[in-house]
Write a protein that binds this ligand. Structure first.
Ligand code: ATP
Length: 368
């Protein structure tokens, strides 16, 4: 039985048009799944259709094997954690978490036992009497989580739940959410536009574009084998460079791109000789080398000039001019302090050695 099953789901708004477009999706019990895509691609609307805050124009929604397409939100076995937490400011933590059960007139003793268990689960037992105004952002987020899990929904929907937190806290909460998912064993569906958040937390990611799922897979699958330049550039960073198929071989092609000749795996795609292609090259799969350390004309190497280096903690990102409108980016792990001083200075000519096995070729020309 699937935890969530969406079948040919469609939803339009008068001003925005069709924002969910014939979406079919199955989520297994206990899965942590993420809808990832840029602002406006229909992620939140999909979540709201599952929660019952919106009703579809056509198609159906099932949760835990039951068709809930026409069922109001409070009768669905799902709960939602919102971006802004939506806590009641005049109630303390305990009252906020227990509110839904109080409205449903559950016995007092059961309410207090369940609230205590939920607060313990999110590590907030000692704040039971505090008001939301006395809590940090991370603590408020935990109250919202406790409130959402207190009645053990079959499915927990998370709508950009960490976006109001600062970067450090967000990372800590990502770990906590993942841990909570493991402890509870319920199905989590997260909506985010933050690709690193999606990669860290999910068992499976669905990339959305204009109301449709354009790729569905594990974080590693999507990263290593993006199905389109859109996915290649959305999940992590990719250098997208234009090329032309020079020759075809059994399961690879020779591609002339800028001043290099690459051998690229076709990955089952049909890319005939002289077809225009776009190559996606990951910054961490490329090495910057001094021009004198490789003879001119070595295939699989691009020629460029260093524009600038940027330090990102343990990693150095280098922007290189290879004669295209956008700079080519290379990421280098900084393994020792000595390595920091060994970079070619800005303005230096350089060559780029690319790990050809990691290159993905797409048919056609695409502008990033
Ligand atoms: P974001 O990350 O910005 O929330 P999203 O991918 O979640 O984006 P949605 O919130 O699903 O996107 O919105 C998709 C489109 O539908 C947007 O153009 C939005 O303005 C429009 N939209 C969403 N809800 C409504 C509504 N209730 N009435 C009219 N238009 C709406």
């Amino acid at each position: 039985m699937n935890a969530i099953s969406l079948t040919h789901l469609t939803k339009s708004f008068p001003t925005a048009g069709r924002v969910v477009d014939d979406l079919t999706l199955r989520v297994r019990q206990g899965e942590f799944i993420t809808l990832l895509g840029p602002s406006g691609c229909g992620k939140t609307t999909t979540l709201r259709l599952i929660a019952g805050f919106e009703f579809p124009d056509s198609g159906s929604v099932s949760v835990a094997g039951t068709d809930v397409t026409d069922v109001p939100p409070y009768r669905r076995p799902v709960n939602t954690v919102f971006q802004d937490y939506a806590l009641f400011p005049h109630m303390n933590v305990e009252q906020n978490v227990g509110y839904g059960m109080w409205v449903a007139r559950l016995p007092k003793r059961e309410i207090s036992e369940r609230v205590a268990a939920a607060l313990q689960m999110v590590g907030l037992s000692e704040k039971a009497a505090a008001r939301p105004s006395e809590l940090s952002g991370g603590q408020k987020q935990r109250v919202a989580l406790a409130r959402a899990i207190v009645r053990r929904p079959k499915v927990l929907l998370l709508d950009e739940p960490l976006s109001a937190l600062d970067a450090k806290l967000r990372e800590a909460m990502q770990v906590e959410l993942r841990h909570l998912h493991r402890k509870l064993g319920i199905t989590f569906l997260l909506v985010t536009h933050d690709q690193s958040e999606a990669m860290v937390m999910s068992d499976r990611i669905l990339i959305m574009e204009a109301g449709k799922v354009v790729q569905d897979g594990s974080p590693l699958d999507l990263y290593d084998s993006p199905a389109s330049p859109y996915v290649a550039d959305f999940l992590g960073t990719s250098n997208l460079i234009p090329g032309n198929v020079h020759a075809t071989e059994l399961d690879s092609i020779r591609v002339k791109a800028v001043d290099a000749l690459f051998r690229v795996r076709t990955r089952g795609r049909s890319l005939p000789t002289s077809a225009n292609v776009t190559l996606a090259i990951r910054p961490e799969k490329t090495e910057v080398i001094a021009p004198e350390s490789s003879p001119v004309g070595t295939p699989a190497q691009l020629t460029g000039r260093i524009i600038e280096h940027f330090f990102h903690g343990g990693m150095l990102r280098t922007a290189i001019d290879i004669g295209l409108p956008l700079p080519f980016l290379v990421d280098t792990q900084i393994k020792s302090a000595a390595m920091q001083g060994q970079q070619l200075p800005p303005g230096s000519p350089c060559r780029l050695r690319v790990d050809e096995d990691s290159i993905v070729a797409f048919a056609g020309s695409h502008r990033p």
